[in-house]
Design a protein around this ligand. Structure first.
Ligand code: IPM
Ligand code: MG
Length: 365
């Protein structure tokens, strides 16, 4: 039996996590395994109840589980709260608490959705990229940081805002190992993305990547500056296999890469620590407060995140394949939520999409 913590969060979070839970229950039935689900609050909904976006209780439930499935956090109504009380802070907090330094963001292209992409079919056909994003360092967590008044040369007070882009060699080394292992299990090409022509932190990053590459003779390591990588991802995404990069570059590049697939609503992610520790799975998209409660959100990114949980946390490759193929077959039959709907498709709600995917899982038996 596996214990799964469900951190549904805000906005569309509860709706999409409910569909992923349905899929997990269906898989459990089909495979004769058992999951025990525990709900915990995170983000704005936790703030409402505890005046804290990440309550201790939630951290404890996450620690005590075998894996965590998270929906999304955030709502405009919390935009005026001080930074430490905002929902996004809970996301950063749980990543730090669970030491989830490695974030895997696969960019999967479903042939069935090639026409949903803003890019030309011939550019995106066959794209299969994984972005390995460092998740617990960089400007996100670096100190010193803040907003303060400093006196300028005329003696006037001027406000400065600053963050620190900082990585230790240990932090770079451990994400490098995850990236090389990932590349080694794929097409054995690793592209490290940095800004080493300008930033010292990137020079260290590059040096460590080269050091670590010596232990992985089967993987070919290349380097690319982040501005060029942003351009290359659109111009010729097929050139990439595995990409490794820091927290902020990875945040930006993964949203960009999601557009190759046609919708932000499709891409899952896994956030992991050292082997054997609890991992967290979440869609890469946000809480979309404008869609909340309308039953229109696309649950596929969360369902595929649950599939990644099967593969990485529970070493159940078969369950991963079953879920992935069920999604593929659902799309092939023309079922589409609003975000990917085109004339001639079958428009479905969030819950209907979950139902069809569960049905496909049962049919595959
Ligand atoms: C993501 C999100 C988060 C991040 C925000 C919501 C804090 O954009 O998971 O990519 O920047 O990491
Ligand atoms: Mg992001």
């Amino acid at each position: 039996m596996y214990k799964i913590a469900l951190l549904k969060g805000d906005g569309i979070g509860p709706e999409i996590v409910s569909e992923a839970k349905k899929v997990l229950e269906t898989i459990a039935n089909v495979q004769g395994i058992k999951f025990e689900f525990t709900d915990a609050l995170i983000g704005g909904c936790a703030y409402e109840k505890y005046k804290k976006p990440l309550p201790d209780e939630t951290v404890k439930i996450a620690h005590d589980s075998d894996a965590v499935l998270l929906g999304a956090v955030g709502d405009w109504k919390y935009d005026t709260l001080p930074p430490e009380l905002r929902p996004e802070r809970a996301l950063l907090g749980i990543r730090k608490e669970l030491n989830l330094y490695a974030n895997l963001r696969p960019v999967v292209i479903f042939d069935e959705l090639i026409s949903s992409s803003a890019l030309k079919p011939e550019v995106i056909k066959g794209v299969d990229v994984v972005i390995v994003r460092e998740l617990t360092g960089d400007v996100y967590f670096g100190t010193p940081k803040g907003i303060e008044v400093r006196v300028d040369e005329d003696g006037n007070g001027v406000r400065y805002g600053y963050n620190n882009m900082i990585y230790s060699e240990k932090e770079i080394e451990r994400i490098a190992h995850v990236a090389f292992r990932t590349a080694s299990s794929r097409n054995k090409k690793l592209c490290s993305v940095d800004k080493a022509n300008v930033l010292d932190v990137s020079r260290l990053w590059r040096e460590i990547m080269i050091d670590v590459s010596k232990s992985y003779s089967d993987v070919e390591l290349t380097h690319m500056y982040v501005d060029n990588a942003a351009m290359q991802l659109i111009a010729n995404p097929r050139q990439f296999d595995t990409i490794v990069t820091g927290n902020i570059f990875g945040d930006i590049l993964s949203d960009e890469a999601s557009m190759i697939s046609g919708s932000l609503g499709l891409l899952p992610s896994a956030s992991m620590s050292d082997e054997g520790s609890v991992a967290l799975y979440e869609p890469i998209h946000g809480s979309a407060p404008d869609l909340k409660g309308l039953n229109v959100a696309n649950p596929i990114a969360t369902i595929l995140s649950a599939a990644m949980m099967m593969k990485y946390s529970f070493k159940n490759e078969q369950a991963y394949e079953i879920i992935f193929n069920a999604v593929k077959s659902t799309l092939k039959d023309g079922y589409r939520t609003k975000d990917i709907f085109k004339d001639g498709d079958k428009l479905v709600t969030t819950t209907q999409m979950g139902d069809v995917i569960c049905q496909k899982i049962l049919e595959a038996r």
